[in-house]
Design a protein around this ligand. Sequence first.
Ligand code: 13P
Length: 338
Amino acid sequence: MSELNNIALKVIGKGKGILAADESTGTMTKRLNSVKVESSAESRRNFRETLFSSDSMKNCIGGVILYDETIKQSSSSGKKIPELISDTGAIPGIKVDTGAKVLASSPEEKITEGLDGLRERLKEYHKLGARFTKWRAVYIISKDCPSKLSIVSNAHALARYAALVQENGMVPIVEPEVLMDGDHTAEDCLKKTSEVIKKCYDELILSKVDLKGTILKPNMILPGNNSKEKISSEEIAELTLKCLKDSVPTEVPGIAFLSGGQSETEATENLNSINKSNKTNFIMTYSYGRALQQGALKFWSKNTQDIKGTQNTFNHRANMCSLAAQGKWSRDIEKKNN
Ligand code: 13P
């Protein structure tokens, strides 16, 4: 088994998933301000360190995606943050794109940047302990979007990124996120997401990326957040599985979903339904940002000294997600353990 495949399986195997704690300073400042906590390098470090030292890290979190600031920080006791994570058994990862910018010729859409100087930055991140990476492309759904231009350009950038990451001994997470904003139907989301993912694999294959050493991070197939359509968790699972079965090459070891604005319970329930009817060989797990951190952040903001209480909130969410990654979650367990 290749070394990269080994890393991928450690990150997403055995009922574990990924904690996406890679919010840029701008996004993290918004999150902290929304719960009335001042954003500083220290407050961002303190909240994240609290999560990384939680008991659930050992059994529920296979990898943590960090932001540039955090991978270079030390914990309050002086331990390097990547070491704090490795000590729990989880693998440190790093977001390496530099953000989504306006796409020239199609200004409603975005193209993700960060390829210039990427090889050098990857070498530095590897030295700091990272063994996997993330690059997020974003797409909008509307009558004419995502455009061919956005689908092709973002897939090309993802493939160049993934090839460079593997060259430097790390596993690339390939994240094409089709946003849930809009009034489109779940069928629209299925059609457009499938087109986006297929193009990503065309480009990854052209760039000779070893698919066994990659992880896909897609959106689930959902109706738009302004759509009147209401569908069940089982229907979401069915559409999501159909999309992935038809668009993802079988060499890919696993899929770690983003939560993309779903509530913590929705993201857990939908992942559980996916695993209950998953007949593919893909591991299906979580790479959640908001759906793992929201409750913990709210709790912490009320008393930033209450480390244990914050960790209990995070442990509960992580345990529920881990059960969902195995298709063993239920509403009763959710209530009983809360
Ligand atoms: P959410 O789960 O909050 O969507 O964040 C995941 C992520 O890393 C988006 O790039």
